[in-house]
Design a binder for this molecule. Structure first.
Ligand code: S3P
Length: 432
């Protein structure tokens, strides 16, 4: 088995980090550009496995995808109705965003598509997208009663019909899939969420000349004739990647970090609110807007943290950050209680289970798992241990920061960081 040992960072982490491009925005930049008809120059694209899966999908559907460097590419489509039938099965790899958003784009197309993915993606629930798209008239078939990969979309004679969908989950992937299908439907399509999820789809559609209407937690799209692609898209840095340095900076004594170019769209900044509430020393500087998205540099310095409590309402704003927030909670004084986090059970792995089983190896007795959350007892002794990543990038990176702040860790299957942050271990080394 492949392992990687991370040593304790005894002297704190210091320096600057250029945060890699946002994963959610990188996916959308390639997908939407491939639906335009003029070249789009994309910069600060996240060159990581998940986004490369999306680039390969769009190529298979007839778009031109030309990389100028790792993080810079030009995508040219054949128009909103110009996608071509793929000659072979489309592989979404490990990426739920690729698969779910592509289902929304492909459900209305006049050709057949079959999807596959890796072992993790085969276990994840796709019925949450297949059911609403089927209600609009799409014909989509999947394993286990139209729930799981492999999935085939069959062309249908009728146009899809717009509808109002009350989503049981706050999920940007579900919302985006329905809105994207709605562009091709007859009549308006509205998605209502229990709480507002990230709005990168709505913001980027605006850059392509497509207006959506927001009313509380509801978003409406009208049928769309064509995409007016922008010439340039600059992807801001990913706050979900910055999250590892935010927490490392807070909990490792002596740390002082400057995180450059972090996307701070308010639908993503739940981690800043929670860490500040725990007593973190975090300052935003150089606040600006880049390509319709808010961005800033963030300075973080070591400080004493205390436990906190949060639940369902803030969850969509920090859904991918729970593993690293759990690390912060281990180093805080008192208990941290997290509820309303049931969605974590259907991410790349069951993250509530992964956190409970693996973090307790390094901090015995510190984490109690509940059905929809975690209770973390801060301030328990932390020891070196060997722990498993479950091939989940966010579990691997959280374990690395836990080890660096504690007494070291040996991570089993460490390479999965390539899904979203290929330079992660190198960056950690450079900050010691
Ligand atoms: C994403 C939405 C979130 C998030 C995922 C990326 C997106 O998933 O966890 O990493 O790009 O839309 P859900 O919308 O399913 O919660």
């Amino acid at each position: 088995m492949d392992t990687k040992t991370i040593a304790k960072a005894a002297a704190g982490l210091k320096g600057e980090v250029q945060i890699p491009g946002d994963k959610s925005i990188s996916h959308r930049s390639v997908m939407f550009s491939a639906l335009g008809s003029t070249p789009v120059h994309i910069t600060n694209f996240l060159h990581a496995q998940d986004c490369l899966s999306t680039a390969a999908c769009m190529k298979a559907l007839g778009a031109s995808v030309e990389f100028k460097s790792d993080t810079e590419l030009v995508v040219t489509g054949n128009g909103l109705r110009g996608l071509k039938e793929p000659q072979t099965i489309i592989d979404a790899g490990n990426s739920g965003t690729t698969l779910r958003l592509m289902m929304g784009i492909l459900a209305p197309q006049p050709f057949l598509t079959t999807f596959t993915g890796d072992a993790s993606l085969h276990k994840r629930p796709m019925g949450r997208v297949i059911a609403p798209l089927s209600q609009m008239g799409a014909k989509i078939y999947g394993r286990q009663d139209n729930q799981k990969l492999p999935i085939t979309i069959v062309p249908q004679a009728q146009k899809l019909k717009g509808m109002t969908y009350n989503s049981p989950v706050a999920s940007a992937q579900v919302k985006s899939a329905i809105l994207l299908a709605g562009m091709y439907a007859e009549g308006d399509t509205t998605v209502v969420e229990p709480f507002t999820s990230r709005d990168h789809t709505e913001r980027m559609l605006e850059a392509f000349g497509v207006h959506t209407e927001k009313n509380g937690t509801a978003v409406t799209i009208h049928p769309v004739k064509e995409f007016n692609a922008p010439q340039e898209i600059e992807v801001p840095g990913d706050i979900s990647s910055a999250a590892y340095w935010l927490v490392a900076g807070c909990i490792i004594p002596g740390s002082d970090l400057l995180l450059r170019n972090v996307g701070v769209n308010v639908t993503r900044t739940g981690i800043l609110d929670v860490l500040k509430d725990m007593g973190a020393d975090i300052t935003l500087v150089n606040e600006r807007t880049s390509g319709g998205e808010a961005a800033a540099d963030i300075r973080v310095r070591y400080s004493k943290l205390h436990g906190t409590k949060f639940g369902a309402e803030i969850m969509p704003r920090l859904i991918d950050e729970i593993p690293i927030i759990a690390v912060a909670a281990l180093f805080a004084e008192g208990d941290t209680v997290i509820t309303g986090a049931g969605e974590l059970r259907v991410k790349e792995t069951d993250r509530l289970q992964a956190i409970t089983d693996q973090f307790n190896k390094l901090a015995p007795g510190a984490v109690d798992g509940t059905e929809d959350g975690l209770v973390i007892h801060g301030g328990k002794p932390i020891q070196h241990a060997q722990a498993f990543s479950y091939d989940d990038h966010r579990i691997a990176m959280s374990l690395a920061i836990l080890g660096a702040a504690g007494d070291g860790v040996t991570i089993e299957n460490p390479e999965c960081v390539n899904i979203s942050y290929p330079a992660f271990y190198q960056t950690l080394d450079s900050l010691r």
